[in-house]
Each structure stands twice: as structure tokens, then as C-alpha cells.
Design a protein around this ligand. Structure first.
Ligand SMILES: [Zn+2]
Length: 326
């Protein structure tokens, strides 16, 4: 992993490169920001940079034996700690501490990367604090977390925090075209759904996402021809699978958002689902602004009721009857 292959995060990476060039790296960092946006990749690139055999101020070479070992998690001086079960246990911390007492085997710096660092329980956090208070001279510690506020304040205050922001949709779409071979249109669609997370963007099943939207479109268009009896029967069916109902409501919110955005801006690039633009055109033309806003409110309220564990049947009935009112 090298800095130059990481998508986005230019500012965070520049801070690290400058510190490397000036020999001014902190002993400990917190990399914070939502899951799946590149924090761990950057941590690995930093671990590689400080141990690279052809080290340059801009980072590791990505090719030397040391860099390659970091990439395959086989470098004896670079530890990546992940939770054992739901927590990072004190034994895991102790093991690392024992290793940190030794000189680096191969590299120049011992590096410890703690993934999901908020998973340290009280005992391990306190043990870990000792390492932070008296870090060995050649050690570098990187805590990765989406919840920096869950770290002990005494831990957080001893680390330099580097914030990672969600990737812009354009950056993500461009990367997805390259990495997944998606069409431009599909890449923009997935990039919107992934909400700035490269990890999510790479994992998402595009056919499944499209199928879910088609399903909802069919359902809504059918609803207009239904009488109340049929709508109630449909609500009963929908309520049987709460998760699916939640998903459909989520997509409904997304579709209405697209219709509203398109109505107000006429800007196709801002839509989440470009393939729904036909439907979006129709919805935006067919419905007045107050109607779209009322529907949006109805969907958001339904979502909130489901979150509050209100009966799925009640939520589905209310939604279908009100939405189908014409
Ligand atoms: Zn290298």
C-alpha cells in the first residue's frame, strides 16, 4: 500500500508526508472518520513508508520486500490489532506491549495499528494507556476509529487526530469505473448509495440495488389502481418482512428526494438513481411541490415509526392508504 494509490484524502496524506519528510511524525495518531473510507489503507501506507527500504519523503515504494510484507500483513514489526470477538482484550494489548519492548526485527520502526480502536474495553484501554504514556522511541501507534468520542479522553489527548472525510461522489464514481469496470451511469448510482465509502462502493451489488428499485416502482404504480381493500391486503404482505419494508421505505425516500431535486434544479447529475430519471421526470411533472413534500413527510414518518418498533402492519397500512389517496 502506498499513499499514491489511495483515492482522495489528499489533505490527510499531505500532513503525514510532511511529517515524514521533516522527521516529525507523532508517536501516536488517531485516524477518525466513517467506516470504509480509507483510514486503514492510509495507516498501512504509513507503516510501509516508515519501514520502506527505498524510503522517500512522499512515502513507501510499494515494491521492496518490506513494503510487500506490510501489504500481506507479514511484516514482523507491523502489527494490526483487530477485536477478538466484540472487544479488544487486554491479552492482545499485553502481547503487543511485550513485542514493543524489543527492537525492531527488520524495519526501522515498530508500528501498531489498532482497528476499531473504540472496541478496547476498560481494562485494555487502561493497559494501552501505559504504552501511550511511555512510548518506545522507535514506535508508531495508529488508532483507527469511526467513533473517536468513544475513546478514553486520556488516550485521545495523547494522540494526534487526523480526520478522514467521506469521498466526494465524483471521486468515488471515477474510482468505481476503474476498479469495478462499471458504466459511468452505474458508477454514479453506486457512488451515491455508498455515501462516500469506497469499501461500501466496492461491495455493493448493483443488480440487487436496481432490482429493489424496480420492485418499489412496480408496487407504487400498482397502488394507484388499487381499492382500499387491496391496499390493506398488500400492507399485510409487506408487513411480514419488516426488513424488506424498511428497505422499500428507504428507497422511497431516496426516489422522492430525486424527484424533488430534479423538480427544483433540472440537474440529472444530482440524482441518486439516474435510471429512475424517467420516473423522476414523471413524478416531478405529475406531482405538485406540496404533494411531493407531503409524500416525503409520510415516508420519513413511516421510517421513524419503524425505528421506534411500531407494528410493521400499522406502518404499512398507513403508508399505503395515504400514499394511494391520489
Ligand atoms: Zn518500499
Amino acid at each position: 500500500m502506498k499513499f499514491s494509490t489511495i483515492e482522495g484524502h489528499e489533505k490527510s496524506i499531505r500532513i503525514l508526508q510532511r511529517a515524514i519528510a521533516n522527521n516529525a511524525l507523532a508517536h501516536a495518531y488517531v485516524f477518525s472518520g466513517q467506516a470504509g473510507i480509507g483510514k486503514k489503507k492510509t495507516a498501512l501506507a504509513l507503516a510501509a513508508a516508515v519501514n520502506c527500504l527505498n524510503a522517500r519523503p512522499e512515502g513507501g515504494c510499494g515494491e521492496c520486500p518490506s513494503c510487500r510484507k506490510v501489504d500481506t500483513f507479514g511484516h514482523p514489526d507491523v502489527h494490526v490489532l483487530v477485536a477478538d470477538g466484540d472487544e479488544i482484550k487486554i491479552d492482545q494489548i499485553r502481547q503487543v506491549q511485550a513485542d514493543f519492548a524489543l527492537k525492531p526485527f527488520e524495519g526501522t520502526k515498530k508500528v501498531l495499528i489498532v482497528d476499531n480502536a473504540e472496541g478496547m474495553n476498560a481494562a485494555s484501554a487502561n493497559a494501552f494507556l501505559k504504552t501511550l504514556e511511555e512510548p518506545p522511541g522507535d514506535a508508531l501507534i495508529i488508532l483507527i476509529t469511526a467513533m473517536p468520542q468513544s475513546l478514553l479522553p486520556t488516550i485521545r489527548s495523547r494522540c494526534q487526530e487526523i480526520r478522514f472525510h467521506p469521498l466526494p461522489r465524483k471521486t468515488l464514481a471515477r474510482a468505481l469505473v476503474q476498479m469495478r469496470g462499471l458504466s459511468e451511469e452505474d458508477a454514479w448510482f453506486i457512488a451515491a448509495l455508498a455515501q462516500g465509502s469506497m469499501g461500501r462502493g466496492l461491495e455493493m451489488d448493483i443488480e440487487q440495488e436496481k432490482a429493489a428499485r424496480d420492485e418499489l416502482a412496480t408496487l407504487w404504480s400498482g397502488l394507484e389502481q388499487m381499492g382500499p381493500g387491496e391496499a390493506l391486503a398488500l400492507a399485510e404482505t409487506l408487513a411480514k418482512d419488516r426488513e424488506r419494508l424498511e428497505r422499500l421505505i428507504e428507497i422511497g425516500v431516496e426516489g422522492l428526494r430525486d424527484a424533488l431535486v430534479y423538480r427544483e434544479t433540472g440537474e440529472e447529475r444530482l440524482l441518486i438513481h439516474a435510471q429512475a430519471r424517467q420516473a423522476g421526470h414523471q413524478a416531478a411533472d405529475r406531482y405538485s411541490l406540496p404533494r411531493l413534500l407531503a409524500d416525503m413527510e409520510l415516508f420519513m414518518a413511516s421510517r421513524k415509526l419503524l425505528d421506534r418498533r411500531v407494528s410493521a402492519q400499522l406502518v404499512a397500512e398507513n403508508l399505503l392508504l395515504k400514499f394511494g389517496r391520489g
